[in-house]
Design a protein around this ligand. Structure first.
Ligand SMILES: Nc1ncnc2c1ncn2[C@@H]1O[C@H](COP(=O)(O)OP(=O)(O)O)[C@@H](O)[C@H]1O
Ligand SMILES: [Mg+2]
Length: 342
């Protein structure tokens, strides 16, 4: 099918494979599949350069230089794993965590509430008018007859509270899935991120690339996570299999997954022992576990209708020629420019 289309658009193969599944192609039964211990815990592989960046951020904070970092990357590339790793390196620091939740994205300040809840008892140490604004924002105090507070006051209160907490110990705030944070929390946190100086506070955000709802902030330091390099990806794959995987099979799987750790971890459970040891051919199409399918199908569902039509046609036809795909999609109501969001 559309591998050539995938290559030409520089999309990972797994995305289109997920759409193949959405189109009802290549549906494989789990029965008889060889399970390779996908639940077994494996430490972080590769990512040395990212770990250096984070270690230097944490060292800076310990030395009273506040810092900010936004990790970006595709689903499954390892953003949450890197946040976890950062927490493991935060000895002697106070760590606050929040995770953006889609169902809470419309609740103003839900993210701040999650992040700051463990330190709200320190609110009496910041100026009264700021403490009052933050208490009302996160629902500790009722909103008065004047309505909700100025968001500027809330942002100032967050900055003051973090600075106050950091008097006790360097403070690390880890905010995962920031693309799903409510806008009010994003505004306050970005305000804080831009004003941090010598408070010894670090903010590390992780956000998905290419989501319809984006963590669109500019001017903050970013680190983009790509798939693991071939050697590291091969080692991760091998760790997920109980028998050795020949190099040709390994290379094909690494190419299929683009080094995405989630796909690498899950894929072996969808292949037979023979496919993994090279005695049987690999399937023509990439099989997907439910987890991987869910992650990518979810993204596909958020794309505009005409774009989804283009992708479904791409999944359903075999030549992989963009012109054919676009003509067919157009006939079904997908405009040519609809390929852009995907
Ligand atoms: N560098 C890595 N080495 C080993 N496993 C990893 C690595 N990065 C991620 N993983 C594993 O891959 C899966 C997906 O990673 P995760 O951090 O949840 O991705 P993301 O947050 O970007 O969607 C998890 O099971 C995680 O433990
Ligand atoms: Mg994650």
């Amino acid at each position: 099918m559309g591998e050539r289309l995938v290559e030409s658009a520089a999309r990972p193969v797994i995305v289109v494979a997920a759409l193949e599944r959405a189109a009802g192609r290549s549906v494989r039964s789990l029965a008889g599949r060889w399970r390779c211990g996908t639940l077994q815990h494996v430490g972080l592989r590769g990512r040395e350069s990212e770990q250096v960046v984070i270690a230097s951020l944490l060292d800076g904070v310990r030395g009273f230089r506040s810092g900010v970092l936004v990790l970006r990357g595709q689903p499954g590339v390892g953003k949450s794993a890197l946040l976890e790793d950062a927490q493991g390196r935060a000895g002697g620091m106070l760590v606050l965590r929040a995770v953006g939740v889609e169902s809470e994205a419309e609740f103003a300040f839900a993210g701040l509430h999650q992040l700051l809840r463990p330190v709200l008892d320190r609110l009496d140490r910041i100026p009264d008018h700021l403490a009052a604004a933050l208490r009302r924002a996160v629902g500790v105090d009722p909103v008065g007859p004047g309505g909700a507070d100025d968001r500027f006051l809330v942002a100032l209160a967050v900055l003051a509270l973090m600075a106050e907490v950091a008097e006790e110990a360097p403070l690390l705030c880890l905010i995962d899935d920031a693309h799903w944070l409510d806008d009010a929390s994003v505004t306050a946190l970005v305000f804080v991120a831009r004003r941090l100086a010598a408070e010894r506070v670090a903010l590390v955000f992780a956000a998905r690339d290419g989501e319809a709802r984006a963590f669109s902030v500019s001017g903050l330091p970013e680190l983009r996570l790509e798939g693991l390099d071939a050697e590291t990806a091969g080692a991760l794959l091998a760790s997920r299999c109980s028998a050795s995987v020949p190099v040709e099979v390994r290379d094909r799987i690494v190419e299929w997954t683009g080094g995405n750790p989630l796909a690498l971890s899950e894929l072996p459970s969808m292949l037979t022992a023979g496919q993994l040891d090279g005695s049987e051919p690999l399937p023509a199409r990439l099989p997907l576990t439910e987890t991987v399918q869910h992650v990518f199908a979810e993204r596909a569902e958020r794309l505009p209708g005409p774009t989804r039509r283009v992708l479904l046609v791409a999944a359903a036809e075999d030549t992989g020629r963009p012109a054919i795909v676009l003509t067919a999609a157009q006939a079904l109501g997908g405009a040519p420019e609809a390929r852009d969001p995907a």
